[in-house]
Design a protein around this ligand. Sequence first.
Ligand code: TIU
Length: 234
Amino acid sequence: MDISALPYDYTLPEDVKKVALVIIDMQRDFLEPGGFGDALGNDVLRLQAIVPTLQQLLSTFRSMGLMVIHTVECHQPDLSDCPVSKLHRGKGDLKIGDRGPMGRILVKGEPGNGIIPELEPLPNEVVIYKPGKGAFYATPLSDLLQREGITHLLVTGVTTEVCVQTTMREANDRGYECLMVEDCTESYFPEFKQATLDMVRAQGGIVGWTAPAANVIAALQAWMQRPEEKAIAF
Ligand code: TIU
């Protein structure tokens, strides 16, 4: 079963349970005023446009019983996992660990660090807390994917050229077949989003594939309609 994608069709594995949806950092820090994204001087509201489409994709994964992984960029309250370089980067009014309108900026467990209610993880879904931009660095993600036999990752979330792209590159180097879902990722800089999509799929898919959510959902629904699946269902 193929997803119509760029630079060419993306083939789903025979066993679709090997596909996981990765939702990167859809936390209030990046999507709502008063968080880390805002402190860095960004227009955070422009990220919210992807939420309904991402909800549809998430609901498809949930209805098929496929693995869903959420990530949250955060640091321990004592900031022991935050490199000094990261702490001091940028010239915003608020730095990581400072108290803002949604609690301490980018600190685990603070109100601003929560995933937005529209995409609230279910109890059976994995949440990876990550101190870096990539979801593999200093997290249990690699072990988890290996244990669950995941081979294909559909990558979504924010921001496209920072945490989403970093994670996709980390995953690509580890041998995962990755597809970035075009309308389920967003950046504070539309031109950076476009450039990321272009560079991921350049050179014959040097980092992977891209496709809109509708193509992904259509392929997954077609997979459900395969005669073998219907036979199991009835
Ligand atoms: N600033 C920015 O664009 N992104 C981040 O700091 N983290 C993520 O992308 N999640």
